[in-house]
Each structure stands twice: as C-alpha cells, then as structure tokens.
Design a protein around this ligand. Structure first.
Ligand SMILES: O=C(O)CCC(=O)C(=O)O
Ligand SMILES: [Fe+2]
Length: 203
C-alpha cells in the first residue's frame, strides 16, 4: 500500500476522481513554481490552444499559458516530479491494469481572470489519454482567491442528474480522473494560478 498513490486510485474507483495532498512537498512546490516563473520570464510559455488537429487560440474557452516539460532537458526538480509520476504509473499498472505506457506534462499558468470552460480532456484523435493529472503549485492559496477546479460527476439519484464538486488548487495537491469521462472546468482566480498538468497514456 502506497499512502500517496492509494487514495488517488481509491477515489477514482469509488468517486470518479481521486485527490491527495502533499503529492509534492512544500519545498518541491516552491522549486517548481520558481522554475515555472523563470521559464515564463524567459519567454518559453505560449497561449494554450484547443483541439489537436488545427490548434486554435481561443481565450473565450481557455486563457492559460503553457509549456510542455521535456524530459531530456528537465531540471532537477522537474526530473524529480516526472520520476514520481513514473512511480505512480507503475503503481497504477500493478493495481488497475489500465496498460499505461507513456505520459506527457505541461506547466500551466492562468493569469488573473482567466479560466478554462467546461470540457473533456480526451480529444477525438487522441484516445490514448486515459488519466488526467493536475498538480498545483500555488503557495498560500485562499478560498477567496477563486480558481477552483469544478468536476461534474454523474448523480445516480436521477437520470441525467449531475453533482458538482469543487477542488481548491492548493500547492502540492494532486487531482486525477479518467480523461474520457469526467467533464470539468477551471474558474477564474484573482491571482496567478500555477500547475503542472498532464496525461497518462496507453500505447
Ligand atoms: O488546472 C486545472 O485545475 C485543470 C486544467 C485542465 O482542465 C486542463 O488543462 O485540461
Ligand atoms: Fe481539462
């Protein structure tokens, strides 16, 4: 039993989404947030697109800026993050038989007031995305800062009913759910909202 990974898998199986706090230590959050800001200041980020055939920039749908993390040029804190994700992938494969083979991660920064409207992460032409993973890099986040992740879960009490869960984007917290099943949205915040987001994929 892995105390960091088990609650995530439990949550996905029982609730449709999994979350765990302290997936990253406070020091790891600080180091990754610092690296994110450095890379952004160096002009490495770009506006996120939507779709994956023709990528269009549409900030009425999503307003975040992203940078894909390249494991060949990863800095120590990035390599440590990817290593922990790799361990989680191994754990999922041992316990859930999802056949995960690969993963991809990007930094994301939502400037104040930006959002990502309700969506599903699995694009038509990339059904290899099985699990979506978001890990937050926000230090001292307060509820009044906004920026919640809303998850729209099916509600068994009535057909077509749904239940909305909101998650605060607290530094070190990880959220994971099935990419092709769970619609979700990012609400606007009053301060910059930082994360590392990615997908665990089959071959
Ligand atoms: O940052 C979040 O809470 C979710 C991000 C998201 O939905 C995405 O990048 O697809
Ligand atoms: Fe998403």
């Amino acid at each position: 039993m892995n105390p960091l990974f088990e609650p995530i898998i439990d949550g996905i199986l029982n609730e449709g989404y999994g979350t765990v706090d302290h997936f990253l230590t406070a020091d790891e959050v600080t180091a990754l947030a610092k690296r994110l800001r450095e890379r952004r200041a160096a002009g490495q980020f770009k506006a996120a697109g939507i779709g994956n055939q023709q990528v269009t920039i549409e900030n009425t749908i999503r307003g975040d800026e992203i940078l894909w993390i390249d494991d060949t040029s990863a800095t120590p804190e990035e390599a440590a993050f990817l290593q922990r994700i790799g361990d989680f992938v191994d754990y999922v494969n041992q316990t859930c038989y999802l056949g995960l083979r690969d993963y991809e991660f990007h930094y994301a920064l939502y400037p104040p007031g930006t959002f990502y409207k309700r969506h599903l992460d699995q694009f038509r032409s990339d059904s290899r995305r099985k699990l979506s993973v978001i890990c937050y890099l926000n230090e001292d986040w307060q509820e009044t800062d906004g920026g919640q992740l809303a998850l729209f879960l099916p509600d068994e009490s009535a057909p077509n009913a749904e239940r909305e869960i909101t998650v605060q984007p607290l530094g070190g917290r990880l959220v994971c759910f099935e990419s092709g099943r769970l619609e979700h949205e990012v609400r606007p915040a009053t301060r910059e909202r930082l994360s590392v987001t990615g997908w665990l994929k089959t071959a």
